[in-house]
Ligand binder design. Structure first.
Ligand SMILES: C[S@@+](CC[C@H](N)C(=O)[O-])C[C@H]1O[C@@H](n2cnc3c(N)ncnc32)[C@H](O)[C@@H]1O
Length: 283
């Protein structure tokens, strides 16, 4: 096991964010879709799985107890620091986990897909382009891998107590979601799940989607604060002319959090796709 490398400031803040959101992701994910994918995996042989943009491995930690045993994972991310944290946190876990630092911007390395029974990712799909998704679906099809993509933001959110600018900030945030995130061109943002459903249907896969909304109450004040800060920053980037309106909105939203009365719902969807039964057996 390699020794961990120190986290950069950027990775440290991402790691903090991923740590805060992991329990919310676990609570929100669709158990029925996870079971559906577990049923599509081969029985009697080790499951060979790929986790794209793994971060610190939250998706693997969720899935490892819910998929058939004897798993072999490849965990890929561009951040060496987050991958080192994954290795530290999961060194005592029973399943085999290989990590690989790689920029997934073009997805042109087919080798990471070779022999996979499952290709999965969590909190990734809204960052990618339609072209990237088309390539991903083709790679899955080529190996007959099942696919599970969870916690994809769908553009819907609501805040209690309501503030007059909630809609404005959400609209600007959703526009920001569609800017280029370095994964194949302008990101799909809230359209990612419908686009993925179409792409996987076109390659002959069966597709099923389920909601996986975050419902955040006063007990997760730090997660709410980071979310509100992120929304305010994204909205300001899209409309600098609204800087002071957004700053005042942020102050009022944070005051609701501090007072223990803020509740946020953030809309997500999970998507599972699997090949026709006769192809699951041919790899
Ligand atoms: C929102 S985080 C999700 C992390 C993890 N899947 C989870 O659910 O906790 C997005 C992840 O994508 C990774 N990422 C973003 N762009 C990438 C790229 N071009 N190539 C590889 N990884 C990338 C980031 O380093 C980060 O770990």
């Amino acid at each position: 096991m390699e020794k961990s490398t120190p986290l950069s400031l950027r990775d440290e803040s991402l790691s903090h964010w991923l740590g805060l959101r992991e329990p919310a992701d676990v609570a929100a994910r669709s158990e029925p879709l996870t079971r559906r994918i577990a049923d599509a995996l081969p029985a009697g042989e080790a499951v060979c799985a790929l986790d794209l943009a793994t971060g610190t491995g939250s998706n693997i930690r969720y899935l490892m107890d819910r998929l058939p045993g004897g798993q072999r994972w490849l965990a890929v991310d561009r951040s060496a620091g987050l991958l080192a944290e994954l290795r530290d946190r999961m060194s005592s876990f029973e399943c085999e986990i290989e990590t690989r630092q790689m920029d997934l911007g073009t997805l042109d390395d087919r080798q990471i897909f070779a022999g996979r029974h499952l290709v999965t990712a969590s909190a990734l799909l809204d960052l990618v382009s339609a072209e990237w998704l088309r390539t991903l679906a083709a790679h899955c099809r080529a190996t007959g891998a099942a696919a599970l993509f969870t916690i994809t933001y769908n553009g819907r959110s609501s805040c209690v107590p309501a503030e007059p600018e909630d809609d404005l900030v959400r609209r600007l945030m959703n526009r920001h979601q569609k800017t280029d995130k370095g994964l194949g061109g302008p990101a799909l943002g809230p359209d990612a799940v419908s686009c993925a459903a179409q792409q996987f249907a076109e390659i002959g896969y069966q597709v099923q989607c389920e909601p996986s909304d975050w419902t955040l109450g006063p007990e997760v004040a730090d997660l709410q604060r980071m979310l509100i800060d992120g929304w305010a920053q994204a909205a300001t980037e899209m409309a600098p002319e609204h800087l002071s309106t957004i700053a005042h909105w942020r102050e009022r939203r944070l005051a609701h959090v501090d007072a223990g009365r803020s509740r946020l719902v953030v809309g997500h969807d999970d998507l599972a796709a699997w090949p026709p039964r006769n192809e699951e057996l041919v790899r």
